[in-house]
Design a protein around this ligand. Structure first.
Ligand code: BGC
Length: 710
């Protein structure tokens, strides 16, 4: 077939939109041209249910994009989905540190660059749309998917996720997920989260609003229900709040396969596209439209919102970077930079770190994870990548002349070594998206019959080739189910190894891998410890960089308690749960219990002092001095409070932050916006500013007295 040189209706509309025409009016004109079948076809994925499911199970998820809302006759280019957020999940893409690690950088500029790199790799691999912006609040660190989000604080999550989304959207349409209150894993298909107006708007939604206002193209609804209504058919969330209150302009997709229960209701409630298959809506909508149970105006409204967004993002279709960007040297260097910026130094007695290269004749490397590619879980965000620099490989590359001894568990090798590095923590065996067989049984009822004439398996169906061994997610120790953690402690064998290493040497550095808080009763027994997270494919190099002198840039994006009993309750099997105003650091503060390591905590290789802090209207001018002898970086954090508040509220909450770098001896002045509206309370559908005066405090972490003002 020769390609027509005529432009399509969509292309002509896109040109007019680029010249200033209204994208909704242009979209409505395109939808008016569609047949009923074309309109209904825009309300779900383009892949037939059963063949699609089988392909997905055989590894198709990591091989190709998943299309929806393509209308060839009118040139509507639709969307082609692929996921993140640690990298593009198709092709052997660059694997970045997981989002929780990057959250610790407190560096939105860096996060924007990571987003742009992942966006370029997605687009080069054929995607135009990504679900990479996972940003549910970490209500409790045991959440299995903690690694995919940015932490426990709404302001911080919002800033990081907005930067990521802006970076991605240089190349693809981004989707923020999971809307809303999806922060438990095992029970995600059945849990109902009850939340009152204040907790919803003051705690669980401000970060989504921030990203919505930054122009994100799309929203993915969550699997769970909120106040008794499944999120995929929750009008309060999808229309009243998202579109009417926030003025957001974009399209909503369902979470995959099990994201809606009542296909007809979901259309009127604001869900634009069922993803990724022709499934529940394909079974129900045609008849419902004919019988009048489904309003044609709702169908048109949903399709118009989708097409309007495609028009607004028409540049995405025209620009496709070359495949050479996938895992290119520049992106791998960025992954290494991000891993360095994410590492949180938790203890450094002596200081033992940084190490002096010339004093390292013999290095002992201990632990199960010292030489294992450990990129994160095996769920929807996993990226297949064979070239992973493990801690052992990174140390070997950095110290070619040193003797490196390695044992998983023989701590005696620490005895005569110049340094003993113990690499412990979690893998996909301990935490991650829950992909076990029992999860499948929760949504089998939502599938069409396997012999359905249009949506089932055709008689002549040839199954796609099963994934080869090298095509499976390789980040971990094997096929695993993931899920929520049952404990915040390290596995007992890790704690025993740390104790044995500490008994053998006073030069022990513990590097902890994992996606969120780890309770560390052993911390004071070792000289140094750092959070290594799931540090991405260049993680081993980054670890060596930090041990040998690169500034560990990270600060904790959550509080680490002394005991997990200090936190709010977490029941992974709950079918009902109430989310309140307090969790994490806020809950500890309210209870008057000190965190072991507070939110925002992290050490550097130099020392910083606050020199001055002055308010100038809606800005804070802060002077900070590097009083040490090395160049370094710190994170200034602004906490807001209303000491005489009439309302129950967190005693303090983060309202601004800024990463600062300074040369030794230098005092740097920075400006941080002071937005007290983040302390407003939500009462009867309105935001209320209390008469009681707000206060600010600038500090280095949530437990630091810092400097106060009003
Ligand atoms: C996850 C989403 C993901 C989708 C597509 C779902 O199971 O909850 O986060 O984007 O799968 O892989």
């Amino acid at each position: 077939m020769t390609k027509s040189t005529e432009t399509s209706q969509f292309e002509r509309a896109a040109k007019r939109v680029a010249e200033g025409a209204d994208h909704h009016a242009e979209a409505a004109a395109i939808v008016a041209e569609m047949t009923t079948a074309e309109r209904l076809g825009c309300l779900d994925g383009d892949t037939i249910a059963w063949p699609g499911l089988i392909d997905m199970g055989a590894g198709g998820y990591h091989r190709h994009t998943w299309p929806a809302a393509h209308v060839e006759r009118l040139g509507v280019p639709g969307l082609d989905f692929s996921d993140g957020p640690r990298g593009c999940v198709i092709a052997r893409s660059t694997v970045f540190p997981v989002s929780m690690a990057r959250a610790a950088s407190f560096d939105p500029d860096l996060e924007r660059r990571v987003g742009a790199a992942i966006g370029a790799e997605l687009r080069a691999s054929g995607a135009t749309y990504t679900g990479a912006v996972c940003m549910n609040l970490l209500r409790h660190p045991a959440w299995g998917r903690a690694q995919e989000t940015y932490g426990e604080d709404p302001h911080h999550v919002g800033e990081m996720a907005a930067a990521f989304s802006e970076g991605l959207q240089q190349h693809v349409m981004a989707c923020m997920k999971h809307f809303a209150l999806n922060s438990m894993e095992n029970a995600r298909f059945k849990v109902d989260v009850t939340v009152d107006e204040r907790a919803l708007h003051e705690v669980y939604l401000p970060h989504f609003k921030r990203v919505a206002r930054s122009g994100v193209a799309s929203v993915m609804s969550a699997y769970n229900s909120v106040n008794g209504e499944w999120c995929g058919e929750n009008r309060t969330l999808l229309i009243d709040i998202l579109r009417e209150e926030w003025g957001w302009d974009g399209f909503v997709t369902s979470d995959f396969v099990a994201g809606l229960r009542d296909a007809v209701k979901s259309v009127g409630a604001g869900l634009n596209i069922e993803m990724p298959l022709r499934q529940q809506r394909a079974l129900a909508l045609r008849d419902a439209l004919e019988s009048g149970a489904l309003d044609g105006a709702d169908v048109d409204a949903r399709v118009t919102e989708t097409v309007a967004t495609f028009l607004r993002f028409a540049f995405v279709y025209d620009r496709r970077p070359s495949k050479s960007v996938v895992a290119c040297a520049q992106h791998r260097a960025l992954a290494r930079e991000a891993a360095v910026a994410s590492m949180v130094l938790l203890r450094n007695e002596g200081p033992l770190l940084p190490l002096e290269r010339k004093r390292l004749a013999k290095v002992a490397l201990l632990g199960r994870l010292a030489d294992v590619p450990n990129l994160g879980d095996n769920g929807s965000s996993s990226v297949i990548q064979r070239e992973v620099v493990t801690p052992l490989a990174g140390i070997r590359a950095a110290l070619p002349d040193a003797e490196i001894v390695h044992s998983e568990n023989d701590a005696s090798i620490a005895r005569d070594a110049d340094i003993a590095l113990v690499v412990v923590g979690y893998t996909a065996e301990h935490e991650g998206e829950y992909i076990g067989k029992s999860a499948m049984s929760d949504f089998v009822a939502l599938l069409p019959p396997v012999d359905h004439p249009e949506l089932g398996l055709p008689k002549d169906f040839v199954p796609p080739p099963a994934e080869a061994a090298g095509e499976r997610p390789t980040g971990t120790l094997g096929a695993t189910e993931g899920g929520d953690r049952r404990s915040l402690r390290l596995p007992p064998e890790d704690e025993a190894l740390i104790a044995a290493a500490a008994a053998a040497s006073d030069r022990v550095v513990v590097a902890v891998m994992g996606g969120s808080a780890v309770v560390m009763p052993w911390l004071n027994d070792v000289a140094a410890a750092l959070m290594l997270w799931y540090p991405g494919m260049e993680g081993g190099h980054a670890l060596a960089d930090v041990l040998l002198g690169s500034e560990p840039g990270g600060r904790l994006p959550f509080a680490i308690p002394v005991d997990e009993g200090d936190l709010v309750e977490f029941d992974p099997d709950a079918t009902r749960v109430t989310y309140g105003l307090l969790h994490g650091q806020w809950y500890l503060d309210r209870c008057g219990v000190a965190a072991h390591l507070p939110f925002g905590f992290g050490l550097g290789y130099t020392a910083f002092d606050l020199a001055s802090a002055e308010r100038d209207g809606a800005r804070l001018h802060v002077g900070v001095k590097n009083s040490g002898s090395r160049a370094g970086a710190t994170v200034l954090q602004v906490y807001g409070s209303v000491p005489d508040s009439e309302y129950e509220r967190p005693p303090q909450r983060l309202i601004g932050f800024r990463r600062v770098e300074a040369a030794p001896g230098a005092t740097v002045s920075v400006e941080i916006p002071l937005d007290f509206s983040q302390l407003d309370v939500r009462v009867d559908g309105k935001w209320l500013r209390e008469r009681a005066a707000p206060r600010w405090r600038v500090a280095f972490h949530a437990g630091d007295p810092g400097m106060l003002g009003s």
